[in-house]
Design a protein around this ligand. Sequence first.
Ligand code: BGC
Length: 662
Amino acid sequence: MIKLADLKQEEKLRLLAGSGCWQTDDLGGKIPAVRFADGPLGVRKVTEGRDGTQSPLPAVAYPSEQVLANTWDLLLAGRMGACLADDCIEADVDVLLAPGVNIKRSAYCGRNFEYFSEDPFLTGVMAGAYIAGLQEHGVGACIKHFCANNLEFDRMHQSSDVDERTLREIYYRPFEIACTAQPVAVMCAYNRVNGVYAAEYKKGYEVLRTEFGFDGAIVSDWGAVRDRTDSARAGLDLEMPFSSEHFQKLEQDAAVGKLSVRQIDACAGRILSLAARCSGMKQRRQVCTQVSERIAVSRQIAAEGAVLLKNDGILPLQKGCSLSVCGCYAKPDSPAMMQGRGAAEVNAKDWKFDLPQALHSRTGGEVLYEGAFHYDGVDSACQNIHTAKVNAALSEVNIVCVGTGGKYEYEAGDRQTLRLPAVQEFAIRETAAVNPRTVVVIFAGAAIDTSAWEDCACAILFAGFNGSGGDEAVADLLTGILSPCGKLTETFVREASSPPVPRTAGVTRYAEGLDVGYRYFQRHPEGVCYPFGHGLGYAHFDYGNLSLECRGDLQLDVSYDIGNSSTFAGKEISQVYVRPVAPFVYRPEQELKGFSKDEIAAGKSVRVCIKLDRMAFSYWSAANDAWTVDDGVYEIRVGASSADIRLCGRVRICGGKLAPCP
Ligand code: BGC
C-alpha cells in the first residue's frame, strides 16, 4: 500500500474529497477506492442510470433499529450486523453508513426509526454489537450522526445548544461506547453544535480521537460541508459527495497556506489508512449466509422486538377462532408502508407480507380481511369501514392493523403528531364498538400516543417497522407459538402532555439537560402511555433474592433470581437502574446501567448476574471536567421496566470504595 510520502500534494487533496457520490478517490488506480452504501435497516446501494436517475438495488429489508433495540439482545444485534455484512459483500460495499446512534430526544424526530433508544447506555451497547457483527465479517461501520442531531427540523442550519455535561452523559456517550467496537468511520451531522457546524466541530473530533480511542476517518454527512477548508482544519477527513466548487476552493486555499501541510497530511493519512483497513478486511470476506437465512434472522428480530403493550387475557388467540383482520397494514401493497423514508429506505428484496394468511395457517379458523382504509387515503376514503364492522361483528376476535410508514416518518422532517392518522383511530373505535374483543397491532417506527383509543383495545402489540418475515413473526406472537418478550426502548408519551422539547427556528436549546426520555418522565408519569422498559408476555416472571457483592475498584455484582411461574416458556428482559440517594449534583432519578435477557422454561428459574463498574456510579463533573464518582449511598434497583421496580438494595461508596449498606 502506498504511503503518504509517496503522494503529491494534489493527490493528497483528492483524498479529502470523494469521487462521485458513493466512493473515495482511487488516485487513478494507485489505491483501492472505498465504496459506501446506506444502512442501517438494509443495504441501500444506489446505482445511477444513463439518464442520471439514482435507484437502490434490491436488498433484504431488516426491522428498524427501534425494533432491534426493543429486543435488548446483543447477540441478535451482532447477527443482524453479520447478515448485513453478507448483503454488503454481495453488493461490493466496503463501508455501511450505519448504525445511527443519535439519542431519541424527542418522540417527534422524523428519523427515530433509524435510532436505537432514548438511553445512551442501551444505544451504545446495541450499536457496539451491531458494529462488531458487521466488521468481523469484513465490512466497515460508519456510525452517525456526530453529534446532537436529534430533530430533522431545519437540520442543515439549526444549532443544538447543549451544555458539556449533557453532551458527555447523553449525546456523546453512545458514540463513546460504540467506539470501543472500533468502527472504521464516524459521520458528522448536518446541524451545528453550540453554534459550530458539526462538519467543523474540532472540539468534538478531538474528544472522539483522544478520549474515545477512535482511530478511523471522520466523513461528512452528504452535503454537510459548508467550507471545506474550515472543515479540514477542524479534522474532517473526507467530504462526501464530491463537490467541484469545494474542491477548487480547497486547492486555492492550500496553495496560499490557509490549510497547512500538517493538516492536509493528517486528513489524507487517515483516508489512506481507511483504504488500507478496508482492503485488509476484504481479504477475510466470505459470504456466510443465504438470503433465506438472513430473512430468518430478520424474522427472529421482528418476533423478539415486538412489544406487547397491553393484554387483558385475549391473547394468545385460541386455535380455530374466527378472526376479522382490518387495516391495510395487515397486507401492505408496498414495503414503503412498513419503513421510514429517506437514506434508510430499502428496496426490499423478496418482499411479501400477508398477516391474514399467516394467521389462518396457524389458527385454522376463518379469517375475514378488509383493508378498510388506504395508506394514501384521507378520511373520506373510509367507506370500507362498514365492511370491516360487519366482519368484526361476525368474528370472535377483531384485529385492527394500523401504522405510519414513509409518508409520516422520514428524513428531513419531523412528525406532526404522535397520534395515528384520524381514519385509523376511527377504524379502531368503530370496529371495537361492534366487537369489543379487539386487538390492535401497530406498524410504526416511533412512539405512538395510544391514549385516544386505548380503552377500545383488549390487547395492543407494537410490531414496529418489522422488516422481512414480519408477518410470520406477528402471527407467531398473536397465536402463542412464541411469547412476546420485547420491551420499549423509548417512552410512549401522550401528545397532550406538554412535550419536554419544543422546537424553535435557529437554535434548539437543550434546556431539559439530562432529563431526556424516562429521565424526564419518571418525574412526570402523568404524560406517559407506556414507560421505558415496559413489555408484557404470556409467561409470568417473579423476581427475588437480590444480592449485591462489592468487588475491588467500584465493581459490583448484582445477582437475583427470576422464576417463570407460568405454563409458557419465555424470555425476560430485566433491567438494573442506579439511583444516587443524596447526590451533591443534580442526578436523574434513576439511570439504566445494566440489563439481561434470559430464556426461562415454564416452572423454572435462573440466577442472573449483572456486573456494574465505575461508570454505573459516575457523572460528568463540570467542576472537574472529568467523570467523577462521589461518595454516598446508591440504590440498586432491579426492574421489569423503569416503572416496575421489583427488587431494591443499597451500597455505599466511601473514600472511593464500595461497601454494602447495613
Ligand atoms: C443522511 C445520512 C446518509 C447520507 C447518504 C444523508 O442525507 O443524513 O444518514 O447516510 O445522506 O445517503
